[in-house]
Design a protein around this ligand. Structure first.
Ligand SMILES: [Zn+2]
Length: 274
């Protein structure tokens, strides 16, 4: 009798434990999307980690508008052509701009490769603070709005400095001639064996994502996807770049609608660079 109740007790613990594991595996927090029960209006309810998506007062995207123009930090891009990695997930099409780097050690005249480390070669400087480009991705339609004007697509170039502070550059796309970089990305996606994750063949020159005129709007905002972390430095480029209608439609076909609705600006100031 005692033995069978012990077994029952173990069984109960086992059932409880495995249901906890299952709950972890099907945690709906990881199933956010852009529509329905897991769409942007409900992100904050999917996980305690996402609560700031609703309670935050410095959320993105916003309608970028200002009459305040100042000489602010000079912005210098030091992007290097790189063979990036393509990831196609629910956030959209993401291009990871790191390169695997192997440090070598020499022992008894033999060279040994240490474990691969991710190294980010492309940098930018805002004032004298250096940020590394981690990845860029696209939103169709564009997420930010420029004084009421909507764009069919927006690229986000995500950077981070040594202290872990994030800076995202937003670049609007408008219809025009074909964009060689977008063409390169589309042909890579078409050739992907694994439709979610692949190294690219050729070098990609990220400079081609940037408008020639580097004037920008600056404001403090958030990630536009869960967990919607705030304290993100947003630099939205004033001038759009171009891609053909067909190219933008193709990316929209691949990613679907992945734009978060506009968020209130509240007391925040947008400053335009001169
Ligand atoms: Zn984004």
């Amino acid at each position: 009798m005692l033995k069978s109740s012990k077994i029952a007790c173990f069984y109960l613990v086992f059932v409880l434990f495995s249901s906890v594991i299952q709950a972890e595996q099907i945690n709906p927090a990881y199933q956010w999307s852009y529509q329905g029960d897991t769409g942007p209006e409900l992100w904050s309810q999917l996980s305690a980690d996402f609560s700031i998506c609703a309670s935050g007062k410095r959320q993105s995207p916003v309608d970028v508008y200002t009459q305040q123009f100042e000489y602010i930090y000079p912005l210098t891009f030091q992007y290097q052509p790189t063979k990036p990695k393509l990831v196609n997930d629910r956030q959209g099409l993401k291009i990871i701009t790191s390169q695997q780097h192997y440090d070598e050690v020499t022992i008894a005249n033999q060279n040994y490769s240490l474990n691969g480390k991710q190294r980010f070669n492309s940098k930018l400087k805002l004032g004298d603070t250096e940020y590394s480009l981690l990845q860029f991705h696209f939103h169709t339609p564009g997420e930010h709005v420029l004084n009421g004007k909507h764009f069919p697509m927006e690229a986000h170039l995500v950077h981070q400095n040594k202290q872990g502070n994030k800076l995202v550059i937003g670049v609007f796309f408008q219809n025009g001639p074909e964009n060689p970089l977008i063409g390169q990305i589309i042909s890579q996606v078409n050739g992907m064996d694994d439709k979610t994750n692949q190294n690219t063949d050729g070098l990609i020159n990220f400079d081609m994502l940037l408008p020639t005129n580097r004037e920008y709007f600056f404001y403090s905002g958030s990630l536009t996807t869960p967990p919607c972390d705030e304290n993100i430095n947003w630099l939205v480029m004033k001038h759009p770049v171009q891609a053909s209608n067909e190219q933008i439609n193709k990316l929209e076909q691949i990613m679907g609608n992945n734009a978060r609705p506009l968020q209130p600006i509240n007391w925040r100031k947008v400053i335009g660079s001169l």
